[in-house]
Design a binder for this molecule. Structure first.
Ligand SMILES: Nc1ncnc2c1ncn2[C@@H]1O[C@H](COP(=O)(O)OP(=O)(O)O)[C@@H](O)[C@H]1O
Ligand SMILES: [Mg+2]
Length: 493
């Protein structure tokens, strides 16, 4: 059979100096050294999705180790890696069934299937991660050492029964992931960002920095990013607030989307770009391409981390600077984290109206101070007042995304930057989300309402684009009346 070892097996070669490894470990490493030719084949029966809570018994892992070791003794993994993945699976299937028979392992057909799947995943793919990667409902996968894996589903973080044989197996899988993008993770370079072939973002931090074993975090790539309509359906915004956002996107307001980790910033940015006219030239700058623009005239740029020798890094700042020489009409920055804030603001007030970016902050006010400190990080010796004036002159609107304590995601503020009062930037909320209570299940109850601003500062822009009717209607319909029928304004709220 192809892939079987000859009578004189050569000892598996190790790819990195390691303490003596057991056979399966060495084989793991060998497999890790093989670049994967293609994305892991979908499991034969992807539905129904495996129960994340189920945990295998200790015996299962014992049997798996036995079978795995026997398999390693029988086949040559380097040969196997040369096969395409379905052929390799067939090969493994044959041998594993044989081993189970020879070793007299008592197992139901279902258990056998599962064992086979597990082993294929270990040899050919991302091991125990495969079933999680195959699920579309998972937003994040968080592996905290071999024994503990959490996932986020529907805004809630939950523990799964997924576990790795040991930290070495987990490390080998991490290594396999990062080697695909030409990187390496080990004790000497224990921090690494990478990407899965499907676009999911990966971060690995290994011991000794991660004390309890390698920590692997995956933000899963959404094939279909949520649309504004879906955000309305989920109650993240009202239909009226959706219209306000659409107008903001269309009439070329410079917009900052602010929010915490996983609050839905990228999703929202993607939604906002949906209202951009089809004839505009758009340039996107991201650390890892996540945006999915619908327009025909888009150039996508991505930063680059330094290579193994520490050279060749291209930062966000470099991209934005270069953008300006590419005759953009709008610049969209995935995430503003540092000194590039200065370049984005500059782009915003030098004729690239309608540029957008996200940043990490918990309120619109905090977003302003984040911008300020990011500009100062860049080493500009500018007085604070000048920086604030620059922010005021560039940013029109801040949209705040939040993940509430019940796991729901809401757009909590649509806020305008009005101007300066002495040294302070003045903000004006247009629509806010108000929490009114909590139901018996801990679900947060609240409402979105307009603050009574009938004519936002971007009214003139809206006029220019013929959007005032839509805007006025949406704002009027968002007003919530008090018990006397008077609209509740910001002041008397
Ligand atoms: N309003 C929403 N309702 C439900 N799920 C959402 C909402 N916004 C985003 N998500 C989901 O939350 C996860 C994180 O969203 P993302 O936009 O990547 O967050 P961020 O960029 O703030 O880290 C994604 O899986 C996304 O599909
Ligand atoms: Mg994001």
């Amino acid at each position: 059979m192809f892939g079987r070892r000859s009578n004189e097996p050569t000892p598996p070669k190790r790819i990195a100096p390691q303490p003596a490894a057991s056979a399966p470990q060495a084989a793991e490493m060998k497999a890790a050294a093989q670049p994967r030719q293609q994305a892991p084949a979908a499991p034969p029966k992807p539905e129904p999705a495996p129960e994340p809570q189920r945990k295998h018994s200790e015996e299962y892992y014992d049997v798996k180790t036995t079978v795995f070791n026997a398999l390693i003794d029988t086949i040559d993994l380097t040969q196997l890696a040369k096969l395409d993945s379905s052929a390799a699976r067939e090969e493994i299937r044959d041998i594993v069934s044989e081993i189970i028979q020879i070793k007299n392992v008592v197992m139901s057909i279902a258990e056998q299937e599962e064992l086979l799947e597990d082993i294929c995943n270990d040899v050919l793919g991302y091991g125990p991660l495969e079933p999680l990667l195959a699920r579309d409902d998972i937003a994040d996968i968080m592996v905290n050492g071999a024994a503990t894996t959490f996932i986020e589903v529907g805004g809630k973080v939950q523990k799964t029964g997924v576990r790795f044989a040991d930290n070495q197996q987990l490390m080998n899988i991490c290594q396999r992931i990062v080697s695909q993008v030409g990187r390496r993770v080990d004790e000497s370079s224990p921090i690494c960002d990478a990407r899965l072939p499907d676009g999911s973002r990966v971060n690995v931090i290994a011991p000794p920095l991660a004390i309890d074993g390698p920590a692997l975090t995956i933000r899963k790539f959404k094939k279909d990013r949520l649309k504004l309509e879906q955000l309305v359906k989920f109650g993240s915004i009202t239909p009226q607030a959706k219209v306000v956002l659409e107008v903001i996107g269309r009439v070329r307001c410079n917009t900052i989307i602010s929010g915490g980790t996983g609050s839905g910033k990228t999703t929202l940015l993607n939604c906002l770009t949906g209202s951009i006219d089809m004839d505009e030239r758009i340039i996107t700058c991201e650390d890892s391409a996540e945006l999915q623009l619908q327009q025909p005239h888009v150039v996508r740029l991505e930063t680059r981390p330094p290579n193994l020798e520490g050279e060749g890094e291209i930062k966000m700042k470099d991209l934005i600077k270069n953008c300006l020489r590419m005759r953009p009409e709008r610049i969209i920055v995935g995430e503003v984290r540092g000194p590039e804030a200065f370049d984005l603001l500059q782009a915003m007030n030098t004729g690239h109206d309608g540029s957008m970016g996200t940043l990490h902050a918990n309120s619109p006010r905090e977003a302003l101070s984040r911008l300020e400190s990011m500009i100062m990080q860049g080493g500009f010796q500018l007085p604070v007042k000048t920086i604030r004036e620059m922010i005021c002159g560039s940013v029109d609107v801040i949209v705040q995304a939040s993940r509430l304590r019940d796991g729901s995601r809401k757009i909590t503020h649509i806020t305008e930057v009005l101007g300066m009062e002495e040294e302070t930037v003045t903000l004006q909320n247009i629509i806010v989300f108000e929490i009114t209570g909590e139901d018996a299940n801990g679900k947060i109850i609240g409402r979105h309402r307009s603050t009574g601003i009938a004519r936002p500062r971007f009214w003139e822009r809206a006029e220019y684009y013929g959007e005032t009717d839509r805007l006025a209607r949406a704002l009027a319909e968002s007003e919530v009346a008090d018990s006397n029928g008077n609209p509740l304004g910001e002041q008397n709220a």
